[in-house]
Ligand binder design. Structure first.
Ligand SMILES: Cc1ncc(COP(=O)(O)O)c(C=O)c1O
Length: 396
């Protein structure tokens, strides 16, 4: 039999999806499963975006330009300008989700065996994108005790080698919910300038900040014109994960020129989805205000109930819709599987994401899980109750 590639064999399995077969067994056993494992919001997509797709008058569903439709790019620039980010349409490449923007960014700035430093825990699919691009991720550990704040800048400096091409951050963070302050971004700006590196910021959760905290984009840092690359997406902002639209934003002309070649190779981002995303830009601020109130309530409920469970430690999220919880278990992979296979409260159980897959240092995060608070508060309360009861009887 012909063999698959070594690269393919080294592609990591998604820590979020690998428990799916056990969840399916739980459904077959007629259990209700509360999904705390995946960031698929239950919030309705803006009606205006849905209407734009149903009321179109296209006769041919054609390709758009590889960098995305000009009209849409100019309108996204308008969105960024409202957020204090001074970019033009030609500094934006529309992509098939933030995922493709991450792949284009890695492909444009790093060669095989080059290194990208990322604070861990980080969005697990960075591992997959790095493997696909032949790049090595070098983790710098952030800690639950500090709410996953930026590790001391000396820790980054220690890890910089001639192969280091970039520092990548996720702000606000998935899975940590941490929101980097302006001061932290400025510390990163200083170090990437000093060592001539790129600073890539995955800002797909930009709108999701709580307690009056304001998101500070790396593109607001004027010193970073040549260094900053922002990854953006409509998936979470408008609860339009299935649209598959994102973008890469940079003022660095060489990066734009290079990323465009990757974009040309796949011809075009999806046309209908650009129509929906362009319409979504008209979403009124009141939509976000309501969504933020809802997520904040969910976060507060989740954290309060988690902290009531003996032995559980929670990282307090200031943004996005995830948090990391440290549990009194040795191996959360086994615990998560056991929850689906062997435990229920009145026929209901929970699916969580074991956190070890969000770290790249072996062995770290084994007693942690990531919880996505994408369920309504009533379901969250039930789900945390199940966790509490499970921890009373679980033995590792
Ligand atoms: C931090 C982060 N970046 C990027 C993505 C990719 O999103 P998409 O490709 O749907 O835009 C996700 C999705 O969950 C995410 O959480």
């Amino acid at each position: 039999m012909p063999a698959v590639s070594k690269k393919g064999l080294s592609m990591p399995e998604s820590p979020i999806r690998k428990l799916v077969p056990y969840a399916e067994k739980a459904y077959k056993a007629n259990k209700t499963v509360f999904h705390l494992n995946i960031g698929q919001p239950d919030i309705k997509s803006p009606q205006i975006a849905m209407d734009a797709v149903t009321s179109h008058n296209l006769e041919i569903l054609a390709y758009t330009r590889s960098e995305g439709s000009e009209l849409y790019r100019n309108k996204i620039a308008g969105y960024f300008q409202k957020h204090n980010i001074n970019v033009t349409g030609d500094e934006i490449i529309v992509t098939t989700g933030g995922s493709e923007a991450l792949l284009f960014a890695m492909g444009s700035i790093a060669d095989t065996d080059d290194e990208i430093i990322i604070p861990e825990p980080f969005y697990a699919n960075y591992n997959g994108f790095a493997t696909a691009s032949g790049i090595n991720i070098v983790p710098v550990n952030s800690k639950i005790e500090d709410n996953f704040a930026l590790p001391p800048i000396e820790e980054f400096e220690k890890l910089i080698t001639p192969k280091t091409k970039a520092i990548l951050i996720c702000n606000p963070g998935n899975p940590t919910g941490y929101l980097y302050s302006k001061e932290e971004i400025q510390k990163l700006a200083k170090i990437v300038k000093k060592h001539d590196l790129f600073l890539v910021a995955d800002e797909v959760y930009r709108e999701f900040t709580y307690d009056g905290a304001k998101h500070y984009s790396i593109l607001e840092e004027e010193s970073l014109v040549e260094n900053a690359i922002v990854i953006d997406s409509v998936s979470k902002r408008y609860s339009m994960c299935g649209a598959r639209i994102g973008c890469l934003v940079t003022k660095n002309k060489e990066v734009l020129k290079t990323a465009l070649k990757f974009a040309q190779a796949r011809l075009s981002p999806p046309t209908f989805a650009q129509i929906a995303s362009e319409a979504a830009l008209q979403t009124p601020q009141s939509y976000f205000d309501d969504v933020i109130v809802e997520y904040k309530e969910r976060r507060d409920t989740l954290v309060k109930h988690l902290e009531e469970i003996p032995g559980v430690k929670v990282g307090h999220p200031k943004g996005a819709f995830y948090c990391i919880a440290q549990l009194p278990v040795k191996n959360s992979d086994d615990f998560a599987q056991w929850l689906l296979e062997s435990f229920d409260v009145d026929g209901a159980t929970i699916m969580v994401a074991p956190a070890a897959g969000f770290y790249s240092t072996p062995g770290v995060g084994k007693n942690q899980i990531r919880i996505a608070y994408v369920l309504n508060t009533e379901s969250l309360i039930k789900a945390v109750h199940i966790l509490k009861e499970a921890l009373k009887v679980y033995k590792d």
